[in-house]
Every structure is written in C-alpha cells, then in structure tokens.
Design a protein around this ligand. Structure first.
Ligand code: GLU
Length: 473
C-alpha cells in the first residue's frame, strides 16, 4: 500500500510536518504559505581549471526566510545534492533558528561535488570561486547571508570563504562575520566544531531530566547504561557518541557507517573506532566489534536510543515498521520521512526532532558571529577579574570557617570562565530552554502529542510574531 504512493520530496516532507503545526494553530492559508515558501534560490555554474583542463561545477544557495538577517545555514559538498534538498534544508534552518531563539533567517547551500576526488589545492580553487559567485550575487556577507560547515565541508573551507570575502570587501570591518565555523586562529570560536554533537547530547540529557517524558517513552530513568545505536560517525555523530560513551556512561552497541555496521553488546569505545577510521578509512577490521556489510540492518537493532546522524531519508516506509527503539534522536537533518514519522508515531516511538536536536551548531555559530562583530574573545575582559573575586571569596570562607580548602576546591572556586566554558554554558542553556518551550506546547495543546509538532508550533508562533510585527509589504 505505502510503497505505491509516490514518494515525497524532502521539501514536501518538511512542509507536511509543518502543516500539522499550522493546523493546530489554525493559521490562514495565505500566512501558512508565506511561512513555508522559500524566498529565493540561486543556481551558479562556474568553470575551474583542474589538472590542466576545465571542469564546470554547479552549486545552489537558498534563502528560505529573511524576516531576520543574516540568513544562516551551512554549505554542503556532496555528489548528490539538488535544489529541492537545499531548499528543504534552508526551511529547516528557519524553524531551527526560531526554536532556539537564534535571531537569524534560514538559508542553505550545496555544491555538487565529491570532495574526496579532489586535492586540497583544487578544493581551495573551487571553494574560492564558489564564494566569489555567492558574494557577487548577494548571497554572502556578514549582514545578509552567513554560511557555515555542513556535510563535506569544515573549518578549512570556511577559512577560504572568509578570506575570499575579505579580498572582495576589505573595507568591511566585520568581514570575519561573513561565515562561521572558521578555525579558531582565523576568527572562529572555541567549541564550534563539537557544537552540534554536544547540543545533541544536551538535548538527550534534558529529556532524561524530565521523568514524565522518559516514562512516556517507555524508558527506565537515567541515561547511564542506555543502549545506543548511532548512524554516522561524521562530525555530528562522532562528538555525540563520544560524549554519551565517555561522560554519560551509555553503551554504544552499534555504529552504522557507509561501509557497514559494527556491533558489540558490551559497548564500543568511540575514540578507538575514530582512530581506526582515521588510519584505515573504513570501520571494517575494527578489532573490538563484529562487522557486517549490511549497514541498513543496523538501524533495526533493538536499543533504547537510536541516533541517525548521517543524512536525510534514512528511516522511510521501507524500514519504519522494523525500528526497535524507544527513542529516536534526530541528529541529522530530515533522517525520518513524513510518512515514516506517521508510522513511528502510531507505534508509540518518541522522536526528538532535528529542528530542535541539531540546533546546537547554529547556536554556537551565532555566538561566533557575535564574537566577530564585537571583535573580542568571550571572557577576555572578565576572566582574571572573576578569578580575583573567587580568590577573595575563598579567603573569606577560610577565615570564617578556620579551615583550609583543598587543592581541588581552590582550583574550582578560583577559576574564571574561559571562552570554551562560556560557549558550552550558552549552548546548554539554549538546549534546556528550548526543550522546556516544546514541553509547554505539549502541556498546553491537547491535540499536540509529539515533540516534532510541538517544535514546529514553537517555531511557527515565533515566525508569526515577526509577520505580525513587521507586516507584509
Ligand atoms: N550546517 C549546520 C546545520 O545544519 C550549521 C548551520 C550554521 O551554523 O549556520 O545546522
């Protein structure tokens, strides 16, 4: 039955999910349409000389919304990327920013390329040329449109983009804010690389702090010892799995990757797998787990928490009925299709949705952008002052109690927060606050029964506020 239906595009899938929230809020069709519609998309094709001959590359940048500027979102480099995908991802950025109160519109970019097939120098040429196209067409600047890393891109590409913009606009004193996710030595912020994965874990921790939600999902209290399956050990999946393994005492019982799946019921040490991948470029041959080439079967392993952290459309009508988990945490963008989401909800599986779960990346991007505009590292002015106050406080406590604090206490009380502490604190605060906003919607709207609809209700309410305040012109 299901299979006979024409499969939905990524954008349609996102829009149908948003429709549930629009129905709950009883929004009129015109406003609904204006919220869902992607404002503009450019497609650029440009030639680059590679090994003495010309190759033509094609890329897109979509601005889904610009009620707040800049519009924000990553640029992905992938051998399969198209306009619909970029527009769907840009839409997710709009909702994501609204959910976590990041004052940006939503945007996304994609370049059709398999980056593994090109040298570093070639990638630099291609990236700089792509960035030039974006600047010239008005799709890249600190004030209007600010890219970030995504699949297939990282701080290296962001540094090239920032440098290209600087050369085109040397008079722009805020040039570093034209892109986020840069290397720390070139205007980046500490904690950005780990931010999306860390944000995923902060979301999971907040979920487990809410005993009623844990119970409703059919899980035992406490994150410790939970059996976790993760798909994708890229930047997001790696940090999420590493923290769950090393700080939360979870058991990572399976890792699904492009080339297969690793399983071990006693738990897999993420750092060891990462070292193995760095050395061998594959998970195959990892000594402390069983390997199977049937990666897709990994998603169907019985577990407490399933974390798809790879790419969109991984849980579809084909496998939704075989998923055996209590909680799905969407670290990737759009890993569950609209129809699969319906099946999973009917089966009572709790889903923490992408637009909330993976918003840690753009949250810390926002901190980076603010840092770039203020031209000063967070904590630079106050750190030593805080330390001095801490030392004074300690002296007072010691003189009042007549006891000497041990070394550990001294260090903890005296220590002033550095940039990384502040970034993590801001990220944790954001993920906790946003979770509570979703909960308020779940508690106050009887017809909202799942976190995804709650997340979109939160987002749409905030977007609506903008429409009401600014108006349409
Ligand atoms: N590409 C990331 C995302 O999908 C980060 C976006 C950003 O930091 O602007 O959320």
């Amino acid at each position: 039955m299901e299979k006979k239906k024409k499969s939905l595009s990524f954008s349609e899938s996102v829009n149908f999910m948003v429709d549930r929230a629009l129905t709950v809020l009883d929004i009129d069709p015109g406003t609904s349409k204006s919220i869902k519609t992607c404002n503009s998309t450019i497609k650029v094709s440009f030639p680059v000389v590679i090994n003495g001959s010309i190759e033509v590359f094609t890329g897109w940048r979509s601005v889904h919304s610009d009620h707040r500027l800049p519009s924000k979102g990553g640029i992905r480099y992938a051998p399969i990327v198209n306009q619909d995908e970029v527009e769907a991802l840009a839409a997710l950025m709009t909702y994501k920013c609204a959910i976590v109160d990041v004052p940006f519109g939503g945007s996304k970019g994609g370049l059709l390329i398999d980056p593994s097939k090109y040298s570093r120098d070639d990638l630099q040429k291609i990236t700089r040329r792509f960035a030039r196209e974006l600047v010239r067409k008005g799709y890249l600047s600190p004030a209007t449109n600010v890219p970030a890393p995504d699949m297939g891109t990282g701080e290296r590409e962001m540094a090239w983009i920032a440098d290209t913009y600087k050369h085109l606009h040397p008079e722009d004193i805020n040039y570093l804010g034209c892109v986020t996710g840069k290397p720390v030595a070139h205007g980046g912020i500490r904690g950005r690389t780990e931010a999306t994965g860390r944000g995923v874990v902060y979301a999971i921790r907040e979920f487990f702090r809410n005993a009623d939600d844990v119970k409703a999902a059919g899980l035992q209290p406490g994150l410790s010892d939970k059996r976790v399956v993760i798909q994708g050990l890229g930047n997001v999946g790696y940090y999420a799995a590493k923290l769950l393994d090393e700080e939360d005492n979870c058991k990572i019982i399976a890792i699904v990757e492009r080339d297969g799946v690793l399983t071990n019921d006693r738990g897999i040490k993420i750092e060891n797998v990462r070292c193995h991948i760095n050395e061998h470029k594959t998970i195959k041959g990892f000594p402390d787990a069983q390997f199977s080439e049937d990666g897709a079967s990994g998603l169907e392993i019985e577990c407490d928490i399933l974390i798809p952290a790879a790419m969109e459309a991984q849980i579809t009508t084909d496998n939704a009925n075989n998923i055996k988990t209590k909680l799905i945490v969407e670290a990737a963008n759009g890993p569950v299709t609209f129809r699969a989401d319906d099946i999973l909800r009917q089966r009572g599986i709790t889903i923490l949705p992408d637009a909330y779960v993976n918003a840690g990346g753009v949250t810390v991007s926002y901190f980076e952008w603010v840092r770039n505009l203020s031209h000063i590292r967070f904590g630079r002015m106050e750190r030593r002052h805080d330390e001095m106050r801490g030392a004074q406080m300690l002296k007072v406590i010691e003189s009042m109690t007549g006891e000497k604090a041990n070394d550990w206490m001294q260090a903890e009380i005296v220590r002033g927060a550095d940039e990384l502490d502040l970034v993590r604190s801001g990220l944790d605060d954001t993920m906790r606050n946003s979770y509570q906003q979703l909960k308020e919607v779940l508690d106050s709207h009887e017809e909202v029964k799942d976190f995804r609809t709650a997340a979109y209700v939160v987002a749409v309410q905030k977007l609506l506020r903008s429409y009401i305040d600014i108006g349409v012109y």
